[in-house]
Design a protein around this ligand. Structure first.
Ligand SMILES: C[S@@+](CC[C@H](N)C(=O)[O-])C[C@H]1O[C@@H](n2cnc3c(N)ncnc32)[C@H](O)[C@@H]1O
Length: 311
């Protein structure tokens, strides 16, 4: 095992469900694996440690800060949005792709760097752009969007039941310049009981981040392209952290796994449908209690995997 690769970059991001990812990818190697959310390189590093020369890793991230150390790892690093997956991968290789791994959301590095503006626990600008390709910052939303529109995104993307109340408080509290003050304004708009179930601003910050980075559209498009990209027998793995992400993955995998829809009494198929995917995780995989103990981020992680049916 390469000792340099073993160096722990845990301060940047500790990978979740890493052993489960390794187990699901082992049957498709040797080959090329696309790590579509390179982040701190935790999963890529683990794959290189486990499979050495049997794996070539292409690491993609829209955040240039994430890719700064990718070269040292021996990963083919590409800055870009996985919404352009097909194009990004075709620029890097013409070899068959054995698997694509997604690990959605923000990295610990992005959360920990106050200047990136993702954290409701830190004093920073209200930014939340994962990379330079995001068009506008969260500051524009909280300081200029009409109350109705604010309430709509907070309800839809934060699944915040008191979205109207939060939106009204944000509009009344303008202008907003720092994440910590914005978090206080949101917390004060909500009943004290909400403080017992995590930070009261968590849902609203999630909504802002999703909108700024068009996260759900990217997941829908990236997943589709990943399924198209992997070779027959290849695998697509996706780790989600909330129900909006997981619902997209679950529905896409289920849609791909639907085969012939003819009534069983028909002697010959007339619909012409055949399944493009075989779902490998009937029930999504969750982190063990031991992993959650070591890494709180693993608590909400849900891993789904599907295999492309050979043509
Ligand atoms: C949870 S972290 C990945 C952590 C990584 N698996 C590890 O073990 O270190 C998610 C990363 O995906 C990146 N990301 C999120 N959405 C993206 C997108 N649409 N295209 C490219 N990168 C994206 C973020 O910038 C972040 O660095």
């Amino acid at each position: 095992m390469n000792q340099d690769r073993k160096k722990d970059n845990g301060s940047f991001h500790r990978p979740v469900l890493a052993q489960e990812v390794v187990d699901l990818l082992a049957p498709v190697l040797p080959g090329v694996v696309v790590d579509a959310t390179f982040g701190g390189g935790g999963h890529s590093r683990r794959l290189l440690d486990e499979f050495g020369g049997d794996v070539t890793v292409i690491g993609i991230d829209r955040d240039p800060e994430a890719l700064a150390n990718a070269g040292e790892l021996g990963v083919v690093a590409i800055e870009g949005n996985f919404a352009d997956l097909r194009h990004l991968v075709s620029e890097a290789t013409d070899r068959p792709i054995s698997a694509v791994l997604f690990d959605f959301g923000v990295s610990s590095h992005q959360l920990d760097e106050a200047a990136r503006g993702f954290s409701y626990r830190k004093e920073g600008p209200i930014d939340m752009r994962m990379g330079p390709d995001a068009g506008f910052s969260a500051s524009e939303i909280v300081n200029t969007w009409p109350e109705e529109r604010l309430a709509e995104i907070i309800r839809r993307y934060g699944e915040e039941p008191l979205a109207r109340r939060v939106a009204a408080a944000i509009v009344a509290g303008r202008p907003h310049q720092s994440t910590s003050r914005l978090a206080t304004v949101i917390a004060e708009a909500l009943p004290a009981a909400r403080r017992r179930v995590g930070h009261p601003a968590r849902r609203t910050f999630q909504a802002l981040r999703i909108v700024v980075n068009s996260e759900l559209d990217a997941i829908t498009s990236g997943l589709d392209q990943a399924i198209g990209l992997v070779t027959g027998g290849g695998r697509v793995l996706a780790i989600s952290y909330h129900s909006l992400e997981d619902r997209i993955v679950k529905r896409r995998f289920h849609r791909g796994a639907v085969g012939c829809t003819c009534p069983p009494e028909l002697p010959v198929c007339g619909c012409g449908n055949s399944a493009e995917l075989r779902i490998l995780t009937r029930k999504p995989i969750r982190a063990s209690a031991a992993e959650i103990e070591m890494n709180n981020r693993a608590r909400s992680a849900v891993l789904r995997a599907a295999e492309k049916v050979a043509a």
